[in-house]
Every structure is written in structure tokens, then in C-alpha cells.
Design a protein around this ligand. Structure first.
Ligand code: PLP
Length: 234
């Protein structure tokens, strides 16, 4: 199978798992994480119907955005302050916001471009030291700080689950979904418009997207299962 076929297969599997979970398949966006392939690989996925792509390096984001500005480019990597000016012009959504200084800079660049930048706040639900993200406890105060940035559209939360144990991953996803519900009440209860926009949950990768969809993920970020020739799931 090539990229186009694998994309279509994953697409229909995601829809099926969503339906089995009693969800509308349209509520789950498949973000094809193209970081391991070049523009040819992206073109193949687009030919199969892909509309959303994820990149974790600013250079790759810029190159691929320039080649295919008609699709949505999601920045999912660690944010470096000096690269924010490169990321914002290309990014449909930034999934990995977890520092206030970055929020300020993203807001400044977005304001200069006359753009409202969609962002997700990355939360380290599992507490693994190797993972980035704010803690769940820090989330309410962090979100309140973000409300002062007029050019940021805070669209939800993102997390990465620990690898290797799908039941642990599932718990982690359920915890993020619950946190989002709590935050919507606590932080946005006085502002209807912002509360409505705070509705995305970016969670689930090649290994664990099924568990994520069952736990209400709205964006699965899938790389290897689409772009790698020799990927076999757990
Ligand atoms: C690489 C990456 C993915 C995709 O991972 P796969 O296991 O290849 O599906 C998802 N999210 C982030 C943040 C990544 O860096």
C-alpha cells in the first residue's frame, strides 16, 4: 500500500471507530502528520482527500505551506521563541502552547498579520518528565492569562499519552476531556463566545488514536500509520 491508500484506510477506520463510539464522524479531524516525508508525500495524501497536516519543525512547515497553502497546516512541535515569526504566518492552528511568553509573541505576530491565531494548550496529563505541557493544576490560571490576548483564539487542549500501554493512554485521554469540560465552566462561563470556541481535543497518534476517539478526541494526529511503509501497530 502507498500513502494515498493508507490515508483512505485510516480515514475510514477513524470514521468507523467514531460511529461505534456513538459520535458523528465529522467531529473528528484527521491530521496527517507529514514530518517524515517531503512535498511529494504530502501531494499523495492530498490526492487521497487529506485536508489537514501536522508538522513539528518550522522549516518544514514553511516549505510545505508554501507548496500547498490550500490545506490546513497544524504546528504540533515544541515552540521556540525565535521561530514564532515563521510559524504564525503558516499555521492554521498551533497545538503546543504551554508558555505565557510564547502566547504573547504569537499574539504580537498575529496582530501584525491581522490574523486570529487558533491555539491549543498542551497539557502534560501523565506527568511524565520527558513530556512538555502545563500541569492540569496550572491550566485554569494559564487560560485566564490567555484571555487578555486579543489575537489568540484558544480552541482547546492537546496532550500526548505515555507509550506502550493503551489502557493508560485511554485514562490519560479521558482525564484531558474532563479537564476541558471543567475549564469551559470555570474559565469561560461568563463569556459565551469563548466558551463555544473552546471545543477541540487534540489527542491520539498512530498507536492510540482509537482510544482517543472513544474518549472524545476531535483531532487525531497520525503520522507513521499513514506515511511509513513498514508501520505495524501494537
Ligand atoms: C510525530 C508526532 C505525531 C504522530 O506520531 P505517529 O506515532 O507517527 O502517529 C503526533 N503528535 C506529535 C506531537 C508528533 O510529534
Amino acid at each position: 500500500m502507498g500513502i494515498a491508500e493508507r490515508y483512505k484506510t485510516i480515514r475510514s477506520e477513524v470514521e468507523e471507530v467514531a460511529r461505534e463510539a456513538g459520535r458523528d464522524p465529522k467531529d473528528v479531524t484527521l491530521v496527517a502528520v507529514s514530518k517524515t516525508v517531503g512535498v511529494d508525500g504530502v501531494a499523495e495524501a492530498i490526492s487521497a482527500g487529506a485536508t489537514d497536516f501536522g508538522e513539528n519543525r518550522p522549516e518544514q512547515l514553511m516549505e510545505k505551506y508554501a507548496a500547498f497553502p490550500q490545506v490546513n497546516w497544524h504546528f504540533i512541535g515544541n515552540i521556540q521563541s525565535r521561530r514564532i515569526k515563521d510559524i504564525v504566518p503558516c499555521a492554521y492552528m498551533i497545538h503546543s502552547l504551554c508558555k505565557l511568553e510564547h502566547a504573547k509573541k504569537i499574539n504580537d505576530v498575529a496582530a501584525r498579520l491581522g490574523k486570529e491565531q487558533r491555539v491549543l494548550v498542551e497539557v502534560n496529563v501523565s506527568g511524565e518528565l520527558s513530556k512538555s505541557g502545563i500541569t492540569p493544576e496550572e491550566a485554569p490560571a494559564f487560560l485566564r492569562e490567555l484571555e487578555s490576548f486579543a489575537n489568540l483564539r484558544v480552541s482547546g487542549l492537546m496532550t500526548m499519552a505515555p507509550e506502550g500501554d493503551l489502557s493508560v493512554a485511554k485514562t490519560c485521554f479521558a482525564d484531558l476531556a474532563q479537564l476541558e469540560d471543567e475549564l469551559r465552566e470555570q474559565v469561560f462561563s461568563l463569556d459565551g463566545e469563548n466558551a463555544l470556541a473552546f471545543n477541540q481535543l487534540s489527542m491520539g497518534m498512530s498507536e492510540d488514536w482509537r482510544e482517543a476517539v472513544q474518549e472524545m478526541s476531535t483531532m487525531v494526529r497520525i503520522g507513521r500509520a499513514i506515511f511509513s511503509d513498514d508501520y505495524h501497530s501494537l
